[in-house]
Design a protein around this ligand. Structure first.
Ligand SMILES: [Zn+2]
Length: 144
């Protein structure tokens, strides 16, 4: 290979949110959060202080990848830029740490969704960034 040879840029998958950490091959991921060392409250993402007790003593943690469907809604009018199928189901899933996360529920007809179902986080390609890299998004998939 010469230095002038055009080389296609390697696809470098990127997470849709900073609190989603991708594995090396981007096939799996974990939710990053914080745990208050003073009162034990958990958070998704990277708060500066605890909203419950105001402590700034927060430890980085990896949150559960599975949880329980708390509620859901069916979206018939998607937001601008939505590239998936319509209608789709948006589910709010409670994790064991006491936090919840909203995401699309996949691989389950909306007629079959029931509150209390076990869900696991899976990754899908949600689109491309301006450099052609895959944007990885998290979804909820029922645990069979
Ligand atoms: Zn606290």
């Amino acid at each position: 290979m010469t230095i002038n040879e055009a080389t296609p840029k390697a696809n470098k998958p990127i997470p849709v949110m900073r609190f989603l950490k991708l594995s090396e091959d981007a096939k799996t991921g974990v939710f990053l959060g914080k745990k208050c060392r003073t009162c034990g409250e958990f958070y998704v993402g990277f708060p500066i202080f605890c909203l419950k007790c105001s402590s700034t003593d927060l430890a980085p943690v990896e949150l559960s990848k599975e949880g329980t469907l708390r509620t859901y809604t069916v979206i018939y009018t998607p937001p601008a830029g939505w590239q998936g199928a319509v209608p789709y189901t948006l589910g709010d899933v409670d994790l064991a740490e006491g936090v919840s996360l909203l995401a699309e529920v996949i691989d389950l007809p909306k007629e079959d969704i029931k509150i209390g179902m076990k869900m696991r986080m899976v990754l899908r390609i949600g689109g491309k960034d301006t450099e052609g890299n895959d944007i990885m998004v998290y979804k909820w998939q029922p645990v069979k």
